[in-house]
Design a binder for this molecule. Sequence first.
Ligand SMILES: Cc1cc2nc3c(=O)[nH]c(=O)nc-3n(C[C@H](O)[C@H](O)[C@H](O)COP(=O)(O)OP(=O)(O)OC[C@H]3O[C@@H](n4cnc5c(N)ncnc54)[C@H](O)[C@@H]3O)c2cc1C
Length: 487
Amino acid sequence: MVDTLIIGGGSAGSVLAARLSEDPGHTVRLVEAGGNRYSAADFPPELSDSAALPVDDQAPWLWRYPVALTPDRPGRIVRGRGIGGSGSVNGCYFIRAAARDFAAWSRETGSTAWDFEAVLPYARSLENDADFGDYAGHSRTGPVPVRRIARPSRLVEEFAATCLDLGFGEVPDWNAMPGGPDTGVGPVPCTIGPPDAAGRHHRIGPALSYLLPALSRPNLTVRGDTLVTRLRFDGTRVVGADCVSGGQLETIRADRVVLCAGAIESAALLLRSGIGPADHLAALGIPLVTPAPVGQWVTDHPEIGIEYRHPAPAAGAVPLEYVLEFDDIEIRPYAVAFAPGVHRMGVTLMRPTSSGRLRLAAPDPLVPPLIEEGYLATGSDRARLRAAVGLAGKILDVMSAQWSGGTDEGAISDRWLYERLGTSQHLAGTCRMGGPDDPRAVVDEHCRVHGVEGVSVVDLSVVPVPLSRGPHATVVLLAERATADLR
Ligand SMILES: Cc1cc2nc3c(=O)[nH]c(=O)nc-3n(C[C@H](O)[C@H](O)[C@H](O)COP(=O)(O)OP(=O)(O)OC[C@H]3O[C@@H](n4cnc5c(N)ncnc54)[C@H](O)[C@@H]3O)c2cc1C
């Protein structure tokens, strides 16, 4: 029997395991479906190199899911598998959510628990910002190394200069306190180490910055290659979780279970355990523990990928060295190649009004869930993306890039958009946070699942609003903030 069983050793699980085990009197066990990693040397070179995109079809450290981006357009989502989770395969971009996102999030909970003022101390204390550590709202003493690429690649320099020429302002620090410039073009804060002599950096996700340094604690045990299949209850009180490890079935007993399996698998685990919409579970023959709207709302960042040719090489130190942001659009000049000789610019809607849902296809934990992203279902989402693609086209024209499209919004058809539609891999919200009377809420403002005792969800599943920025900085902050409630 352990005090806390953490399911999933990805971004949030790494933070939580390290923070909860700071109390030597509290026993913590973390179980992870993918492989264990004990030191930086256990991370393969593709995961260590911040310029790599380690998500190819053969990569063994990924979960892969078919999704419906729209009812007619299939797509694919990947997630990191193994200690470090998605934080060990991601693009290193680490921009905090905007103050208005936290205000909207807090409103959903009917409390002030997730206001910007309430979360700022956690945002500060988690980081060690090499560039702005001494500025207000920042710190130099936290576990997460943050730095910007000092000398961006030629392609990105040209992109940034073009944005300035087109009248956008400069944003030196995307993580600055509210009130400063937050619209325009600027360098992306990244979770990377200092450059080596060749200008290359190491990707440093939460496994390296939080979990691995805590492994020597006697009250923390970490097990890899252990797939949790369902939670076990005595009535509505959790008593542990069933798992499969080395072909053996086992029940791990725990006083409390925290799901950190990510927005897809945490939701799937709750559903398989009898926490979900009663009719959906009945149709699958899963006994109901408590009804809950798990998977009924899903949000993500739809991205239009524009391919182009340009004489400057795609030789970035990270996938995104700079971004342009305005309204609820992020334009991403990828600095690494997705295909030889072809560059890509991403045009992304950060606060879409369309949403999707997630359901189980079968009770079998090896069958992937059905994921509908629900992208571009509203005319307003399509109109905003179309306008943003027009602007991206202007930038490409000024950069003398070769691409097949037009800058005239009216000429960009829905079909043109759908053919280039992809995902940012930022799926969230399957176990929304909200008050006990909110029919859409699965967890309360302390991340505890409504209707049962002893179960919490601490990962991107619980975020109840679309975020204006990529989610990784928010996931780490969420886990830091949730630790305070779980201690
Ligand atoms: C390719 C890619 C690139 C990205 N790039 C960026 C970026 O640059 N910036 C940004 O802000 N965001 C980025 N993201 C998103 C961001 O990295 C994730 O949202 C974040 O890491 C999610 O953290 P998490 O803790 O919710 O889940 P994860 O980090 O995915 O962790 C979940 C863990 O749980 C384990 N697990 C799942 N099910 C079970 C089970 N049944 N039993 C045991 N263990 C289980 C998984 O193996 C995994 O290790 C990217 C995501 C991907 C996939």
